[in-house]
Design a protein around this ligand. Structure first.
Ligand code: BMA
Length: 296
């Protein structure tokens, strides 16, 4: 499976007239709900403090954004920014898992909303450890909430009864040595449910610090089991705005949407702008159903 870039990329660029999003807009979470695409994106002004903005779209390509952030640093764990949102709808609530950044380091934090604009903080959910790249599954599995997170260099899973206290931490995927994901891996957006398993987009970093995207499939009932994992990346930096920006050679995703027709993967290019790349359902299904190109 390979992603095809949208010809109109980048879909979102920094806006000089708004200090909070004047320098970089990147790493976005996206949900398709009530016929609209809803985006939460990471924004930075020239002070490099990140906030989270909101944008909305009919088709997933043309976006209208709000002129103010929906989440700004608000406590001692967030002094240097709120970063890299991952958005999951569970029941009738939206949950945003994000990185709180401060002198304490990076902390996985959770906020909840009914309307995607007004967010209520539930706080740091993985305390006392540097962690990031976390997202909630959209439903309970075996009666418990499930979270993916990252203890470098691996992707981890954890379970909870109340979303606040997380136990049963286990590694589910490690980097494959000598490949495009040699140094470390972390999830992109939350897993997408299919009949054959949870589709997981993830990022990998090589020894030259190039960020690429890959794809895996996790067992529906036991997501610690990796059923498939494609050897080749599904997207790697090629365009000028992916090669040059604030951090060079980066395609980094925090979210995707799957409709009946296709998979839309939203990603930051070089930590400066936002793009989208897609795959048609036949291509997605050939990865999910196919035998080829799998080495765990
Ligand atoms: C990661 C995260 C991302 C960023 C990437 C590349 O550690 O901080 O937000 O896009 O590095 O700089």
């Amino acid at each position: 499976m390979q992603l095809q870039r949208y010809a109109g990329n980048p879909i979102l660029k920094p806006k000089r007239e708004h200090p909070w999003e004047a320098l970089n807009v990147f790493n976005a979470a996206v949900a398709h709900y009530n016929g609209l695409f809803h985006m939460l994106f990471r924004a930075q002004g020239i002070d490099y403090v990140s906030t989270i903005g909101y944008a909305v779209s009919r088709d997933g390509f043309d976006w209208l954004r709000m002129d103010r952030p929906v989440l700004e640093p608000a406590n001692e764990f967030e002094v240097k920014g709120v970063e890299d949102p991952r958005l999951t709808r569970v029941g009738d609530m939206f949950y945003m898992v994000y990185t709180a950044y401060s002198e304490h380091g990076t902390r996985v934090s959770l906020a909840a909303s009914r309307n995607l604009i007004a967010w209520e903080r539930l706080g740091v959910i993985l305390p006392d450890e540097d962690n990031k790249d976390a997202a909630l599954f959209p439903e309970k599995i075996g009666g418990r909430y499930v979270l993916l997170h990252r203890r470098p260099p691996d992707i981890w899973i954890a379970r909870s009864d109340d979303l606040l206290h997380w136990t049963e931490h286990r590694v589910i995927m490690r980097p494959r040595p000598g490949t495009w994901e040699h140094l470390k891996i972390g999830i992109a957006g939350p897993p997408v449910k299919t009949e054959q398993g949870w589709l997981l987009i993830y990022h990998g970093v090589d020894e030259g610090h190039v960020y690429r995207l890959g794809v895996a499939l996790l067992d529906l009932n036991d997501p610690t089991v990796v059923l498939k994992r494609q050897e080749e990346p599904i997207l790697e930096p090629e365009e000028e705005w992916e090669l040059y920006g604030d951090v060079p050679n980066v395609v980094f995703s925090c979210g995707q949407v799957m409709t009946d027709e296709r998979l839309y993967v939203y990603y930051g290019g070089a930590d400066r702008v936002l793009g989208v790349a897609t795959a048609g359902m036949p291509e997605v299904m050939s990865f999910i159903r196919g035998e080829a190109a799998t080495r765990l």
